[in-house]
Each structure stands twice: as C-alpha cells, then as structure tokens.
Design a protein around this ligand. Structure first.
Ligand SMILES: [Zn+2]
Length: 442
C-alpha cells in the first residue's frame, strides 16, 4: 500500500492510542506488519494498536451506516450525524453519581434517540455535526436506540457534512423541563415554570453603551432562585411564567437562572401551587444539594458533628478582613488584628455533610455569649481556645437547623448562614433517629 493510502489508517491508530505515539512510528510499525509479515490491513492495524499499548477493539470496523439502516442489534457502527438535542442527567451507579447525555441525533435518513454514557468523555452540544465511531444499538420500546459506550469516539465534522431531511432541524429549545431544585451550573435549554416573586431593573454601562438588566427572584414549589435577563420580558410580580431556553450559570457560587432575547417567556394561566408559601426557604436534603452544587436560600436540618478549627474567637485583618494568625495577615503581613466571633460547624443530615459558617451575631445568639465576654474569657484564661470549647459544648452532637445560601468549594458544600436555631427533635422525629444513629455509630 502507498503511504498516501495508509494515512487515514495511521491517523485512526493515533486516535485510538490517544495521540500519544508519533504518526511516524505508527507508520513504520504498520509498514512492518503489512510488508514484512504480510498480514491483512485489519490484522496489521489491530496488532500495531496492541503492540503500542492500546485497545484494538477501539478501532473502527469501518461499517458506516445511516440511522434508518440500524436494526437495534449493532455491536459496532459508525455514523455521520447531527446532534439535535443534548440533555444531561445524573444517575447513580454502584453508589456513584455519574452524568449521562441523552437526546436525538439525525442524518439525512431520519432521527434516533441516543444515550452517551459518560458526559465527561462526550462533550455533546446541540447542533454539532459528528462522526461517531463504535457506537452500538439496542432495542428500546420496540425501536432501535443508539448508545455511545466506553469504546465509542466522536470527531467533529464540518456543519455541511450532514444534510437533514426537509423540515427537520435543531430545535431552538431543548426539552429539558426543570424544577428550581434541579437547577445546576452549566444547564442549557432549560424549560421551567415559575412564579415571579420580585423583579427589579438596573442600568449598566457596557462597551456598547448603557444597558438594562432585569433581575430578581422566581420560585416554584421546590425552591427559589435568582434570575437575570438582558431582555425586557415585562415580568410582573406574582405572575406565573413558563421560560423556555433558559440557562444556568453560577453567580458568586450560587446557581442562577439566566434568559436572554432568544428565550421564550409565556404567561401561564391556571393552577400553580397556592398552598405553598413560595417566599419561604425550602427544606433540602444535603445529599440533593451535593448533586446540584449550590442553592439560593435553603434550610437544612442535621446534627453538628464537628466544630472546625478557626471557630470561636478569631482575629481579622483591619484592612482586608482576612483571618489573622500569629499576628500575620496573608496579604498585609504583621497587623493589629481585630477580634471577631464565628463558627464553622459541620452539619450532617445522614445524606451528606455541609460546613455552616455563622457570623458574629448568629454565634452570639446561638451560644449565648457576647464578643466582649468572649474577649474577657480568653484574656482571663490566657487562651482564646476557651471560646471554641464553649462553642463545642453548646453545639457538638446537637440538632441544628440552618438557613442560607449554599456554595461549593474545594472542601465540599458551604452554607453562609443567615439564620440558625438549635431544636429539640420530636421523640419519633427523623432528627431523633439520626441522632441515635450517629451516637450508635461512634
Ligand atoms: Zn490583610
């Protein structure tokens, strides 16, 4: 075979090997198998991949089909398709949460439902044109369905490589219908029905001149979320709207609903949960919050399982408010620290844990100590740790309810607490069960 003819096969082997081996080396190996050992191209390719540490099964079998030709039992098939929709969904598998993508793909022969089993490996987006290799099909509800599993690969192709049948195209809005509690960073094409609780306008100077931002709070029965829009949809407090084409981006770590002029906002008449007071924060499980990574103004109830270092009487830099340790600010060096009270408590509700950060006012009320008293106690004992001990005595192993905004950082979920209260669990209440479970497990 001529070098030119081999080029696509060399490129394919390179892809299968994760582009870790030079094409020059691959070409040399391939040449050896073909011209010295005189094996078939198929065998040569598989041998080279195996020799260089790759998985020969990841090689294309070279069977490219149209969607209409798929029967539902293909074990390895290549397709040239356009992604009509790409929706993300979290599933639990062997105790671990993983994200998959599902939706519709189409080519000139029609469209088909698909599932890509790993959202990290397949960065699928609506409107992409792709060469999909090594997909497999299965029958689902009497129809073949396309699956992208561990062996599949995708390559982006030019937009005009796929011509869809007349009338078929990427829909402007995806079918993701969400509730407020589902919203998480990165979601696109969101359809959601909410009540407008509050709306305000702000003028902002941009490079293209002054612009108006519309923002506020909307809610459904699962919670509240802040929104922001650059387009005037004439939203009015207390009306119920269906927003299509929204997207979710984090703002200061909290998922926020955004929708622009390409979104569609319709007034919804009729029933909306009137029995739920939408202006109140909703109780949430910490496990749920871990899945979405943050939330606006929620309540969690659990047991304080740890009071972290840096709780109690602390000192802050008078210039930047950072924690001062050993009279040193990380930014300003040696400074005269100002006393403050705070608590970083780990609250566990049985489904997960969250670090709740309580400011001076909440700490004072909860622990029953003033900043002045804490300073006095620390001076008398000549040890600021006595204040932390007092906090531990009051909080550790006790049930607590905290309210606030939840964000995630490198250490997991964190709540900036706006309200906190200790509570006495009902004898048969869940918190009591949890408490006894926690005590039993120690
Ligand atoms: Zn400082």
């Amino acid at each position: 075979m001529e070098k030119q003819e081999l080029a696509p096969h060399v490129a394919e082997i390179s892809r299968v090997l994760g582009n870790k081996v030079s094409e020059e080396q691959i070409a040399k190996e391939l040449d050896t198998y073909l011209n010295l050992y005189r094996v078939s191209l198929e065998t040569a390719k598989r041998s080279v991949v195996r020799k260089l540490g790759g998985d020969p099964n990841a090689l294309s079998k070279g069977v490219q089909k149209k969607l209409s030709e798929l029967a539902g039992a293909e074990q390895s098939v290549d397709l040239l398709v356009k992604v009509l929709s790409a929706n993300r969904k979290d599933i639990e598998q062997n105790g671990e949460v993983k994200t998959l993508i599902y939706g519709l793909m189409a080519d000139e022969s029609g469209s088909m439902a698909y599932t890509a089993w790993d959202a990290d490996r397949f960065q699928l987006e609506r409107g992409q044109v792709l060469l999909v290799r090594n997909a497999y099909t299965k029958e689902w509800n009497g129809k073949p369905q396309l699956n992208l599993g561990t062996r599949a690969t995708i390559e982006t192709q030019p937009q005009d490589a796929v011509k869809l049948p007349e009338g078929m195209d990427v829909p402007i809005y995806g079918p993701t219908t969400a509730k407020v509690s589902d919203l998480q960073e990165g979601m696109n094409s969101v359809t959601i029905t909410v009540k407008v609780l509050q709306v305000e306008t702000r003028k902002i100077e941009t490079q293209e001149g002054p612009k108006t931002v519309y923002s506020g709070t909307v809610a459904d029965e699962t919670g509240r979320v802040q929104f922001s829009s650059w387009h005037d949809f004439n939203l009015i407090k207390d009306e119920v709207v269906q927003i299509r084409g929204g997207y979710v981006r984090s703002w200061r770590g909290i998922p926020q609903l955004n929708f622009g002029e390409r979104a569609d906002v319709q007034r919804v008449k009729g029933h909306f949960p009137a029995d739920v007071d939408l202006s109140k924060p909703r109780p949430r499980s910490i496990g749920e919050l871990e899945m979405v990574g943050g939330a606006y103004d929620v309540v969690v109830a659990g047991v304080v399982v740890d009071v972290k270092k840096g709780s109690g009487l602390i000192q802050r830099c008078p210039q930047c408010n950072r924690l001062v340790q050993n009279k040193l600010c990380r930014l300003h060096g040696k400074v005269e620290g100002q006393y403050d009270l705070r608590i970083k408590a780990v609250v566990d509700d049985g489904a997960g844990a969250i670090t709740a950060v309580l400011n001076k006012e909440i700490t004072e009320a909860l622990v029953g100590i003033t900043l002045e008293q804490a300073i006095k106690d620390a001076r008398e004992a000549m040890d600021p740790e006595v204040v932390k001990e007092k906090v531990e005595e009051r909080l550790l192993a006790k049930p607590i309810e905290v309210r606030g905004n939840v964000i995630s950082d490198d250490y997991g979920l964190m709540m900036i607490v706006s309200e906190a209260r200790m509570f006495v669990p009902e004898v048969r209440g869940e918190a009591a069960n949890l408490l006894s479970e926690l005590e039993g497990s120690q």
